[in-house]
Design a protein around this ligand. Structure first.
Ligand SMILES: [Zn+2]
Length: 190
């Protein structure tokens, strides 16, 4: 790839626009109804000095096994749009938080049967006496907050109970609705 004088600001802008549009279609590998942009994993798309696209992502959890898949999906999406190859930069600061999940994505999660995170960064793990959650939370200094039980994504009832600290993935806890009796995943505030 050569960077020439005609690589104007405008062409960079349109390139970035196309890249954002292409990446808009990259779903989260674990929750395919929401995109990595909607989850706040996709942080930035920029053009490096050498003309190569750089995509900045922040993992939801450090060591989240989905990140390798996400990087592959990003590379593929840009490749088929004719924008590849790209570089993928992983940034850990600021740390990802469920606060970055868009309002649209929260609705999509609920429709998918996953209760979206409530409140802000409630550390319910710390209140889980007897369960080993040290590895997950040791690096975060979030004060334990009052745990707001999530509403059932199926019937909307606030009458729910937690069955397990971990649901289908480490990012989620398993709950059950005491009214409609359906179990559901809760995307833990983080
Ligand atoms: Zn219910």
């Amino acid at each position: 790839m050569t960077t020439t004088a005609d690589t104007s600001r405008a062409s960079t802008d349109s390139m970035l626009e196309r890249a954002w549009a292409a990446l808009e279609g990259v779903p989260d590998p674990e929750i395919p109804v929401v995109s990595i942009r909607e989850l706040g994993i996709l942080r930035d798309v920029r053009r490096a000095a050498d003309g190569v696209l750089e995509v900045v992502i922040t993992p939801t959890y450090s060591g989240c096994p989905a990140m390798a898949q996400i990087a592959e999906d990003i590379a593929h999406a840009l490749e088929i749009t004719g924008l590849g190859p790209c570089r993928i930069e992983t940034t850990l600061a600021p740390a990802w938080t469920t606060d970055w999940i868009t309002a649209d994505a929260r609705e999509k999660l609920r429709a998918y049967g996953i209760a979206p995170p409530t409140g802000q960064c409630g550390d319910d793990a710390a209140t889980d006496a007897g369960q080993n959650t040290v590895t997950e939370k040791a690096l975060r200094f979030v004060p334990p907050a009052a745990l707001v039980p999530p509403a059932c994504p199926h019937c909307g009832s606030a009458h729910t109970e937690r069955l397990s600290q971990f649901g289908s993935t480490a990012c989620k806890a398993l709950y059950r609705c005491l009214d409609c009796r359906e179990p559901f995943d809760y995307f833990k505030p983080y």
